[in-house]
Design a protein around this ligand. Sequence first.
Ligand code: NAD
Length: 249
Amino acid sequence: MSDFEGLTALVTGGASGIGRATAELLAGRGARVAVLDLDPSGVDKPLLGYRADVADDTSVREAVAAAVADLGGLDVLVNNAGIGAQGTVEDNDDTEWHRVLDVNVVGMVRVARAALPHLRASAHAAVVNTCSIAATAGLPQRALYSATKGAVYSLTLAMAADHVREGIRVNCVNPGTADTPWVGRLLDAADDPAAERAALEARQPTGRLVGADEVAGAIAYLASPLSGATTGTALAVDGGMQGLRLRPV
Ligand code: NAD
């Protein structure tokens, strides 16, 4: 299946986890793919790697311009780079709030701003933002992170409205806990990583974490012409975490 034959894609945070799985899936299905990342040193052919910090507008503009020139245009933007934050509103000071909002929210805005002029020239333009179940779930100990993902969700809807008549679709995916290096780092920091992982898995309706490749599959669907009539939506990829109630209430 070559859904992306002849199309080009840009994936931020594409050197690791969900972004990497997405870049590899799109390339495997025929797209030419550029990865923007703080550390693109591990990005191998056929993927093209560019160093960029989404928190730095100049760095984003330069990297997007270079990537689009090398790709020869842009059809798909996967706005995926993001960082975590733990705690309640009392645990993070203003500096930390600004830092995480700047990466997770304004970072997506910067990349979109640089990419939109190129997306307008595409006949199959699609933007997919990596959001999270944290946008709507009310997770404990995730006040700052949840606020950033709530903003990503609203941004997705607003961008979908602003650009629908330009033929640019904008959607997001809401992953649950996905088995990526990020989650690996959190588990490694626990006293007993194996026990922590087992407890995390037991909390999932499916009894396992979401695969990065499964999030990539949802992103690829929303990025592909197969979803041509879908814009302004959030697709949950959470193993049933939000939708299912496994115990009677
Ligand atoms: P990851 O840490 O494995 O990968 C994130 C990538 O983003 C890394 O390659 C990192 O270098 C890059 N990055 C970070 N800050 C950057 C910056 N300022 N500029 C450019 N690149 C930067 O993480 P992941 O788990 O694959 O997460 C990817 C996205 O998925 C994030 O937006 C995250 O919020 C979201 N998400 C993850 C999960 C999960 O459980 N893993 C769940 C829901 C949503």
